[in-house]
Design a protein around this ligand. Structure first.
Ligand code: ZN
Length: 201
């Protein structure tokens, strides 16, 4: 932790040396995209995209699960999505799953999660049928690429059902992107609706 503290202490200097005008950020934010991804420490959205402060509005959850929209329930996740869409007016939403995802892998393998009941309950909110709909080999694939990619598409489907997003999609005012990030290569694949495949950006 000490190296992190040291670098945080030196951040103003480092930002200045890099020519970053942090003072302008006080005027407000107009992020280019809402970036939804896993909490996994190996996935660093600003590093992958080269985003500067103010570029990405982020939502990170275990397994990049997007809660299904229910008009009568709320959560930190739904509030974050609503704010990004309704207040910040983001024009693009990225759902980025990643290889070797522990959350997705746990569901695919059917791991015993009784010692982490909150994790267990959270992962139950994902569509297990989607995650487990592949062949038997997926259970032994450490990258869990197939399940993660199907899972990303399931989260995009959930986002489309948020009323504010449904409306903006109809009006052509928002775009949804499904990404898959390989943590061991740095490669980013994106879902191509025309072929149904995830291909390099
Ligand atoms: Zn993950």
């Amino acid at each position: 932790m000490e190296p992190l503290i040291d670098r945080a202490r030196a951040f103003p200097q480092r930002a200045g040396d890099a020519g970053r005008e942090l003072t302008n950020l006080a005027a407000g934010q107009a992020p280019q995209a809402l970036f939804i991804t896993c909490s996994d420490s190996r996935v660093v959205p600003s590093l992958i995209t080269g985003a500067d402060p103010g570029d990405l509005f982020e939502l990170r959850t275990a397994g990049n699960i997007v809660p299904a929209h229910h008009p009568d329930t709320t959560s930190g996740e739904t509030a974050t999505i609503e704010y990004a869409v309704e207040v910040l007016g983001v024009r693009d939403i990225v759902v980025c799953g990643h290889s070797h995802c522990g959350a997705v892998g746990a569901v695919v393998r059917g791991d015993d999660l009784s010692v982490v009941p909150a994790v267990d309950a959270w992962l139950r909110t994902a569509d297990h049928q989607v995650l487990r709909s592949g062949d038997e080999a997926e259970v032994f694939d450490p990258t869990v690429a197939g399940p993660v990619q199907r899972h990303v598409l399931a989260q995009l489907a959930r986002l489309r059902a948020y009323p504010g997003i449904t409306r903006r999609l109809t009006e052509g005012r928002i775009r949804l992107h499904g990404w898959f990030y390989e943590i061991h290569t740095g490669l980013v694949l994106s879902h191509r609706p025309e072929s149904g495949l995830f291909l390099p950006l």
